[in-house]
Design a protein around this ligand. Structure first.
Ligand code: DOR
Length: 437
């Protein structure tokens, strides 16, 4: 049998690829799991499709066709916490959210601080609905005391190191981590929180924490951590990535460092861009307990500014599944974290694009090529020959977030019931449709 010229053709949509500087109506051709070509919409293009049968054609009229989204901050919980999430369920959630690649955090049990556990996660991800890049632990068991075998982790495929969930408080160990990371050409991803200042905190320190009588984490704890690490990054000439930035002081420190040429990058979550600590006193919804905590409006506005002016490079969900049992308790007893893979795109569209902060091209850049570049990942663009990871979005589709529709094993989202605009319709991974609404 003669081999088909193309396996899949996506036609009629508006293709947005900031890495290629592309933003117009075009047809995308996929062959053997890779991107064969993008052809601007024209009569000639249409004619050449006549030989295709229906199963090979995706009609994307009225839709946006973008590179598969990339989320560099995701907790897949496997091994050890499979009731909350598994690699498989997390990747199914990723696909439903338009993500074709995720970076998983090492705070599992056992912790991803050794080659065997990196390999275990990679094996679980073999046939999953998204690419999984493993981030190893900076220190053994995230204890902040002894460095992991960073070279071994990298050799096994870890793309970065982090002690996420914990700040690496010891500056001497952080210095050495940055030096090793530089040798292996990976970034250190830091959860920036001076833990002496935040001990016992359950929310942001502010008027709201005083009003509710709960212990607060002062925003300066983040600023101090970020400032210290920028100084270490400058000295070691390494790469530092600041995870989930939430404060004005941290944004300003990163802005200054970038101006100076320090190799620092940053991410922000949708929840820190949208919610504030004022939400907590309404219902004490434990899904709002998250670390770093939801901040004041002043901080929230500063992270939006930082995202808009490029100080913050990318949007990452910090998808952090927790079971209903764990979250069904008093606010201050709940473990921190909320899921995010399946709501990120809709939240970004509704609260950043529709409100005029970002264009579609800006948003796509911050969810594709920018995260790819931070971690040296393949992907993030529809360039010829790249793996055919593609996300198709209905840009104005109105929908309501429903817990029973989540593919994640956990339901801890404060956005349940929210009405959003903008929805993922199809996700394609290496030429294979892994999600179709
Ligand atoms: O809210 C959070 N949840 N922040 C973290 O840093 C860790 C994460 C988790 O693992 O649940």
């Amino acid at each position: 049998m003669a081999s088909r010229k193309y396996d899949l053709v996506i036609r009629g949509g508006r293709v947005i690829d900031p890495a290629l500087g592309f933003g117009s109506d075009a047809t995308v051709f996929i062959k053997d799991g890779t991107l064969a070509k993008i052809e601007p919409e024209s009569a000639a293009g249409r004619r050449s499709l006549k030989s295709l049968d229906k199963s090979q054609l995706i009609d994307a009229t009225g839709k946006l066709v973008v590179p598969g989204l990339i989320d560099i901050h995701v907790h897949l919980r496997e091994p050890g916490h499979e009731a909350e999430e598994t690699v498989e369920s997390g990747c199914r959630a990723a696909a439903a959210g338009g993500f074709t690649a995720v970076c998983c955090m090492p705070n599992t049990t056992p912790c991803i601080d050794n080659q065997e556990t990196v390999k275990f996660v990679q094996d679980r991800a073999q046939n999953a609905d998204a690419r999984v890049y493993v981030v190893g632990a900076i220190t053994k068991n995230l204890a902040g005391e002894q460095l992991s075998e960073i070279g071994d982790l990298v050799k096994m495929g870890a793309v970065a190191i982090t002690d996420d969930g914990h700040f690496l408080q010891n500056p001497e160990i952080m210095r050495r981590a940055l030096e090793y990371a530089r040798m292996f050409d990976i970034p250190v991803m830091q959860h920036a929180e001076d833990q002496y200042l935040t001990a016992g905190a359950v929310m942001n320190e502010s008027f709201q924490s005083a009003r509710l009588g709960m212990k607060g984490a002062p925003p300066v704890a983040e600023e101090i951590a970020v400032t210290r690490d920028i100084a270490l990054c400058r000295m070691t000439e390494s790469r530092l990535h600041i995870q989930h930035v939430t404060t004005r002081g941290a944004v300003e420190a990163i802005r200054q460092a970038k101006r100076e040429g320090v190799n620092v990058t940053a991410e922000v979550t949708p929840h820190h861009l949208i919610l504030t600590d004022e939400e907590i006193g309404r219902e004490f919804n434990t899904s709002l307990r998250v670390n770093p905590p939801l901040r004041s409006r002043r901080d929230r506005d500063a992270v939006i500014e930082g995202l808009v002016d490029g100080t913050i490079d990318c949007i990452a969900s910090d998808h952090a599944p927790h079971s209903i049992e764990e979250k069904d308790c008093e606010f201050d007893q709940a473990p921190p974290g909320m899921i995010g893979l399946e709501t990120t795109l809709g939240l970004v569209k509704t609260y950043l694009i529709d409100k005029g902060y970002l264009s579609w091209a800006d948003a796509v850049r911050k969810m594709t090529i920018n995260p790819a570049r931070i971690l040296n990942l393949k992907g993030g663009s529809l360039s010829r020959g790249a793996a055919a990871d593609v996300t198709i979005i209905d840009p104005d589709k109105k929908w309501t977030v429903k817990a029973d529709r989540f593919r994640s094993r956990s339901k801890n989202s404060p956005f349940v019931g929210w009405k959003l605009s903008g929805q993922v319709v199809t996700t394609i991974l290496g030429g294979r449709v892994v999600y179709d609404r």
